[in-house]
Design a protein around this ligand. Structure first.
Ligand SMILES: NC(=O)c1ccc[n+]([C@@H]2O[C@H](COP(=O)([O-])OP(=O)(O)OC[C@H]3O[C@@H](n4cnc5c(N)ncnc54)[C@H](O)[C@@H]3O)[C@@H](O)[C@H]2O)c1
Length: 454
């Protein structure tokens, strides 16, 4: 599961050789360690003429995080991040001053630096020039992300009209995108739909006092989600099939959580999860539907068991479980009643399609539709449902891909490498946290800006 190419082009003689030959040289990504600053250097905050007040709010927030904030670009300065506040733009002309000022700083952006835009969503009711400015930010951000090098990323926050840039989810997304927790999230625009949610008392333990269930937790991305939620303060129930019992126990013990051996396709899966979780931990706040399987075949060669098993694990089990949990929520105290969070694992295959994965993509597309329709059912208690769509992540699942295809798949994104399980886990932890309460029914891609798909 190691990416030998990534190591070779970053070390010794082979590094020099790769440079000489003009080979792609993916940069090692900076990943979060406790105590890291929010951004890897001074943060430049720029804005369009009508966004001064919003830029002031953003700058004050950043100063509160002990960052060195600058309001004008100085050519000799090297920035850790550039934040473009474009919420007030009403014509594409409004973008030019801040964007061109940012342009002059990009060559000096620190390794693993960040560019983050804040803007408003374009809607059919907008005046054409307003919609053009707003949608223009989308194209700008996606292209800029493809130009950044050295492990730097570009992401955007699209804050709904009527919601302030000081809304918990706008602030939370800003911190997530600036930090190394979003190492493999690139070229994405995340919608903030409402001012719901709350800033955590302690940014290092936003999930303190919360109880989370993670399915498919014995290895890979699931094991990393368990570790990350526990790091952020949650008590975790780790669920996986009995055959994975040994790994499951190891994962659960490592975070002093509990292990529950269970096939999520069992009709009574939700009931058993509830019994276990309430008996051991007294409440249930966060459900992460991570368990998933692949059974790839061209549709022309697809046997019913391959189609049916993938749909059963990846989507039907989640639907059945959510339905049972939502019903239990009505009658059992402690079940998803305080700002609950459901986070499901989708996939870029479910967005862009992938040859040989009609079954998998149907299930993962299904997840994206499911969270959109589930989110409103949780809104009364301040709850949300969202999905994370990983691209190519280095796990046992992707280690089974033939070697050459795997090498190619790794390079087909702006960061020119596969992500790690922790990159997906960080996105799940963000969506599970109190500050993400205004992100509703969304799918956040963790794919290094995969070349395929939206
Ligand atoms: N690895 C990637 O590149 C990638 C990309 C996109 C999406 N995903 C999604 O991320 C999730 C995790 O992927 P991974 O790469 O860690 O996979 P993995 O195969 O390494 O781990 C999946 C885990 O789910 C468990 N599981 C499978 N069926 C189960 C069932 N019926 N009940 C309970 N547990 C069950 C397995 O035992 C295993 O421990 C999956 O939903 C996958 O589709 C992965």
């Amino acid at each position: 599961m190691t990416d030998t190419y990534l190591t070779l082009v970053n070390t010794g003689v082979t590094k020099a050789l790769a440079k000489k030959l003009g080979l792609p040289r993916p940069a090692p990504l900076r990943r979060y360690r406790a105590g890291d600053p929010v951004a890897p250097g001074p943060v430049l905050v720029l804005h369009d003429a009508a966004s001064t007040a919003d830029a002031d709010v953003v700058a004050e927030t950043l100063v509160g995080w002990d960052l060195d904030v600058r309001r004008h670009a100085a050519s000799a300065d090297r920035y850790g991040a550039v934040v473009l506040v474009l919420t007030g733009a009403t014509h594409p002309d409004d973008l030019s001053a801040p964007v061109l000022e940012a342009a002059g700083t990009l060559r000096g952006l620190a390794p693993a630096g960040r560019v983050v835009t804040l803007s408003r969503p374009a809607s059919d009711g907008d005046a054409p020039a307003v919609a053009a400015a707003r949608q223009g930010v989308d194209g700008l951000l996606r292209s800029l992300a493809k130009e950044l090098r050295g492990g730097a990323t570009g992401n955007g926050i699209v804050v709904a009209d009527g919601v302030g840039v000081d809304a918990p989810s706008a602030i939370g997304a800003l911190r997530f995108f600036l930090s190394s927790r979003s190492a493999f999230v690139d070229g994405q625009l995340l919608g903030v739909d409402s001012a719901a949610g709350a800033l955590p008392g302690d940014w290092d333990a936003p999930l303190a006092g919360r109880v989370a269930v993670v399915t498919g937790a014995a290895r890979g991305i699931g094991a990393s989600i368990v570790a990350t939620l526990a790091r952020d303060g949650a008590t975790v129930v780790a669920v996986d099939v009995p055959a994975a019992g040994e790994g499951l126990a190891r994962v659960a013990n490592s975070v002093r959580g509990s292990a529950l051996q269970l096939d999520i396709t069992a009709p009574d899966a939700a009931e058993r999860i509830l019994e276990h979780t309430l008996a051991r931990h007294g409440r249930l706040d966060v459900v992460v539907h991570n368990a998933g399987i692949t059974r790839d075949k061209l549709l022309a060669n697809m046997k019913p068991d391959r189609w049916d098993s993938v749909l059963a694990v990846n989507i039907a089990a989640q639907l059945r479980m959510n339905e049972a949990l939502l019903a239990a929520r009505e009658v059992r105290p402690g079940v998803l009643d305080d700002a609950p969070r459901i986070v499901s694992l989708a996939s870029t295959s479910g967005i862009a399609g992938n040859r040989g994965q009609t079954n998998y993509a149907a299930s993962k597309g299904g997840v994206i539709g499911m969270v959109r329709a589930t989110a409103p059912l949780l809104a009364d208690g301040g709850g949300t449902a969202n999905a994370v769509a990983p691209g190519f992540i280095e796990t046992e699942m992707t280690a089974r891909i033939p070697a050459v295809t795997r090498q190619v798949a790794r390079r087909l994104n702006s960061l020119q490498q596969g992500g790690l399980p922790v990159d997906v886990a960080e996105a799940v932890a963000f969506l599970a946290a109190p500050q993400a309460g205004g992100v509703v029914g969304r799918t956040l891609r963790v794919c290094g800006q995969n070349m395929v798909g939206a």
